[in-house]
Design a protein around this ligand. Structure first.
Ligand code: SAH
Ligand code: TRP
Length: 330
């Protein structure tokens, strides 16, 4: 494996998928020709998308991020004491902003721990990583660049030492239920003995709070959602009229999920030159761009159990707004 040393305590490498993954072109062709039309959410996170996601986290409506941060701050020491990690692997680490609460706890408890962030958005991860090793003088950080939907068996964690796998931000909820279970099984496959998983998921609550969190008044989330069309315009030489698409976020209580969609304002023909394809889109037709599943304590416990995991600790925000759980292999 090619390992790039960018400083004594900062290195990075690419994680190869177990099986070749569908290309952007194949994914988009399949999704856009399906009914309903859909696009894979992993394409949101180009540089602009990553910056827009950070901006979403700062909107007053998007409570999950600050709620999770408060839980990590309040319980960070208990989490680190309980898990006593030598290696912390974080899936979809993004800016690692909230992870700082865990590193602060390591600091306070003299728990020397190596940090392994894993993200598709390499630049954001490397920028964050450089800042982290500057701020924590004991920290060794190995950035893993790749797509975690390709599996975790090629993650190069050392054999020795206790592991804490971290998966925050409700990102597990962005998978369909079967995929979420498969992802947890992959995670369980990396855990041995009393290794721990720290998982953050959002909870079912009133519709207005949920829908506002995914449709902020300033329109940052709308811009983030539409950004996926900009990615396609650039990567596939497409000509989506980005500003003609309307952002929608609806809570489906039966499926316990927010559904994000983009609706075309006018009928138009989009040409995707790289795919050699043109698609006629009707006025008002919608493309599904993301699901965000919400949990109850029972559905969360059942999902963990289905993947061979059991809850060790459950930290809940006031009123059950958000859940942070520590789990181990059952
Ligand atoms: N954990 C951070 C960021 C959440 S946003 C937080 O809680 O604020 C989701 C993150 O997952 C982004 O950084 C995105 O780049 C990354 N991501 C999305 N799909 C991915 C995939 N398939 N493989 C690896 N990283 C992915
Ligand atoms: N994991 C985040 C969530 O489900 C991702 C997210 C937040 C998101 N806001 C979004 C995805 C808007 C698409 C559009 O909360």
């Amino acid at each position: 494996m090619a390992i790039t040393q960018t400083g004594a305590r900062l290195s990075s490498s690419e994680v190869a998928p177990e099986q070749p993954l569908a290309s952007l072109a194949d994914d988009v062709r399949t999704g856009l020709l399906s009914r309903p039309r859909w696009l894979s959410p992993k394409y949101f996170y180009d540089d602009r998308g990553s910056a827009l996601f950070e901006a979403i986290c700062a909107t007053p409506e998007y409570y999950p991020s600050r709620t999770e941060a408060a839980l990590l701050e309040a319980h960070g020491q208990e989490i680190i004491e309980h898990a006593a990690p030598d290696h912390m692997l974080e899936l979809g680490s993004g800016s690692s902003r909230k992870t700082r609460h865990l590193l602060d706890a390591c600091d306070a408890l003299d728990q020397s721990c190596q940090y392994w962030p894993f993200d598709v958005s390499a630049q954001m991860m490397l920028d964050a990583g450089a800042q982290l090793v500057a701020d924590y003088d004991w920290l060794a950080l190995h950035a893993l660049i790749g797509d975690y939907t390709g599996g975790l068996t090629n993650v190069p964690l050392p054999e020795d030492g206790r592991r804490l796998i971290v998966f925050l931000g409700g990102t597990l909820g962005n998978f369909e239920p079967g995929e979420a279970r498969a992802m947890l099984e992959q995670i369980a496959g990396l855990m041995r003995g009393d290794d721990q998983l720290l998982l953050g998921v959002d909870r079912v609550k009133d519709t207005a709070t949920l829908e506002a969190a995914y449709d902020d008044a300033e329109g940052v989330t709308a811009d983030f959602n539409r950004n996926v069309l900009r990615v396609l315009n650039r990567e596939l030489e497409a000509d989506f009229p980005v500003d003609d698409y309307r952002h929608r976020a609806l809570f489906d209580r039966d499926k316990a999920r927010i559904e994000m969609r983009l609706g075309a304002g006018h009928a138009h023909r989009v040409t995707l030159a790289t795919l050699d394809t043109a698609i006629d889109i009707d006025a008002g037709e919608e493309i599904v761009t993301e699901f965000s599943h919400k949990f109850t304590p029972d559905t969360l416990a059942a999902l963990l159990e289905s993947a061979g995991l059991a809850m060790d600790r459950h930290f809940e925000a006031e009123g059950g707004a958000y859940s942070l759980v520590l789990a181990r292999r059952a």
